[in-house]
Design a protein around this ligand. Sequence first.
Ligand code: TLP
Length: 349
Amino acid sequence: MRIVDLRSDTVTLPTSAMRQAMFDAELGDDVMGEDPTVNRLEALAAARLGKEAAVYVPSGTMANLICLLSHCARGEEAIMGHLAHTFLFEAGGSAAVGGIHPRTVPNQPDGTLDLGDVEAAIRDPNNPHYPPTRLICLENTHNRCSGAVLTPAYMAQARALADRHGLRIHLDGARVFNAAIALGVSAATVARDADSVSFCLSKGLSAPVGSLVCGSAEFVRQARRQRKVLGGGMRQAGVLAAAGIVALETMIDRLADDHANARRLAEGLTLLPGIMLDPARIQTNIVIWELAPDAPVAAEFAASMATYGVKVGVVGQRRIRAVTHYGINSDDIDQALVAASAVLKENHA
Ligand code: TLP
């Protein structure tokens, strides 16, 4: 039986072009700034994101932590959504390592933060009771909001708010190229109003390892220091970065296929009893749906799907996530829909 793994786009494997580039990569000691392949990847990433500089880091989690540590000192506050990856799934790193106080405001279903809520959360800098607000964190695409895309118009409004209060903006752009493809704009446009942006090579772009932190030359100089503090300085990292270059050069445009597959999955699922999902809300490669009270709970649903060779993620008592990616084709979507239909029928039998 073919296994259709929809748990995450992190399961993607490097392409043969990536493996060849890794084999051929020119290498040096990157902590000394001498790995030509890492240097090439960083220059390419900075150019794609429209920023002055970039630094290659081991993971998206470390990329976000490096950015928070670079923007905020101990005891300072970062505003973020209650569903932000940085808040929910990064082991509380910014608080544990950086003493940074996270202040959450509700994420709207479209991934945004209501800017009125953000403004109300900004502390009076003259009141000694409060931790000083330093940073606003946004996420594009938004993982827990089903891959929702923040528009450049929204980002511009957030920028204006941040400027009025002397705050910085960090964008968790783990899937920033999915956002760019969905919007039909460049990643530089998506990242334009952020002071720092992190993005991942190892999700939809299919590289095996690594993320980039991008920003001004001065910001990236700070970020390089924080990478070292966290033990993330790597030596002949060009062997990995080589795959990242192939990812940026060849794997971006095809993300549109993942979005089409996600939309088709969502449209098919909506026709099944027990699934609550609005396919019109699916903009990129993440499909999250609710199981109705008469359907199995999420853990049971996922276990039954697995017996049909289809792996999905459990993201709540009655919530399931499926993520499309390079390893998923349209036959796999059919297999997933057949499996879901069978699982829900079994439940009613
Ligand atoms: N997301 C993963 C994990 O949560 C399991 C996934 O499967 O979606 N920002 C965002 C928006 C992310 O979705 C992720 C990973 C990260 C940061 C962290 O990246 P890594 O896994 O490289 O540390």
